[in-house]
Design a protein around this ligand. Sequence first.
Ligand SMILES: Nc1ncnc2c1ncn2[C@@H]1O[C@H](COP(=O)(O)OP(=O)(O)OP(=O)(O)O)[C@@H](O)[C@H]1O
Length: 230
Amino acid sequence: MLCAEQLTKKYRTGEGVFNLNFKVSNGKIVGLVGTSGSGKTTLMRCLAGLLEPDEGRVLLDGSHPNTSEGRKKIAYLPEQADLIPDLTVVEQLHFKAMAFGHKGPSLERIVQEAIKAVNLGAYAEQLCGQLSAGQRRRVWLAWAVLQQAELYLLDDPTSGLDRKTQKWLKQWLDEQRLAGNSIVVATQHIHWIEDIADYCLVLEQGKIVKRKKRPNKLIVLDEKLLNRQD
Ligand SMILES: Nc1ncnc2c1ncn2[C@@H]1O[C@H](COP(=O)(O)OP(=O)(O)OP(=O)(O)O)[C@@H](O)[C@H]1O
């Protein structure tokens, strides 16, 4: 479980995030929603253990997130996809998978599965520096897929994504939830996240101004199941 307790991170300008308290249980999706500058990235970096709070703390299963144990559990995907322009898509993903400890046939399999998941097969041999913004974002999502983490922190994941990939992403997030993993998604698009998130935190000027729980509505992921006669 991830906990933010009285979390404050203040920049010299006086901006930042202030006295935030919330929990993300295993198997839950939480949306962090707010306009530009509301503090989403600051909070995400604190949750990933990359920014040290001035007050309060972040705990992942009772420990600081930036320990060797914590780093194995967290997949943090920042707003900007940090890809090496001279590597092909497949080389880039090999490189990332190796950094996460995969090797041999399992490395090859996991890279191919990630490429297939985000529908990047046609671009597998293309240099990352020659991809469009949306294609780069898909490589970035493939990077999330191959990490096989317990906690996913996704900052602005839908930016530049076509509808098909946005739909796939929702399905993938739902699969992660069913597998018991936790996800925090920072986005300006409340309509995209609110029908999949278990709850949303609305941020304004670094403070939580609203907590929105998902209404109890039936989500139809597979219509065949509904129409089954057994
Ligand atoms: N390193 C920094 N030094 C000073 N101020 C900063 C720094 N980083 C962010 N800020 C300020 O803190 C506030 C929150 O920024 P943050 O990047 O967390 O917002 P955000 O909600 O992620 O915005 P966006 O949706 O545009 O990415 C902004 O007003 C920003 O100008």
